[in-house]
Design a protein around this ligand. Structure first.
Ligand SMILES: [Zn+2]
Ligand SMILES: [Zn+2]
Length: 130
């Protein structure tokens, strides 16, 4: 596939991204868990130059840590994007808000050492990154 697209729940934010994607991983950090209200969050990392916002009136950004920002929809509350000085020129996109298949499957568990103990993970992750 040459590109994929996605949106927030209310569809006021729409985006499109050219492939190849850089990586896809599950993040178990406490910030992601809290921001998304989820046990973990699956992210896709893409080159910022491949990423296009098609509709963004309701997109808001806030600082979630000193060098990082998270993007969400002001209407429906969907949490969609992450960008950080730690990974310059990358956009991180929430996998669940992409409408289609993408060119990568999740291949790592990030911050596995802080994962919740109230989910049974059937596949003990082999590749763990801190
Ligand atoms: Zn929305
Ligand atoms: Zn995280």
């Amino acid at each position: 596939m040459k590109s994929f697209s996605g949106s927030c729940l209310c569809k006021q934010i729409k985006f499109r991204c050219e492939t190849p994607s850089l990586w896809c991983a599950h993040c178990h950090c406490s910030l992601c868990r809290r921001a998304h209200g989820a046990a973990f969050v699956t992210w896709v990392g893409v080159d910022e130059g491949n990423f296009t916002l098609l509709s963004e009136d309701t997109l808001r950004w806030y600082k979630s840590s000193p060098d990082s920002e998270r993007g969400f929809c002001a209407t429906c509350g969907s949490t969609l994007f992450f960008r950080s000085a730690r990974w310059p020129e990358q956009m991180h996109i929430v996998r669940a808000n992409i409408n289609t298949e993408i060119d990568l499957e999740p291949s790592a568990h990030v911050y596995w050492d802080t994962h919740v103990d109230w989910v049974d993970f059937v596949d003990p992750p082999t590749l763990q990154i801190k």
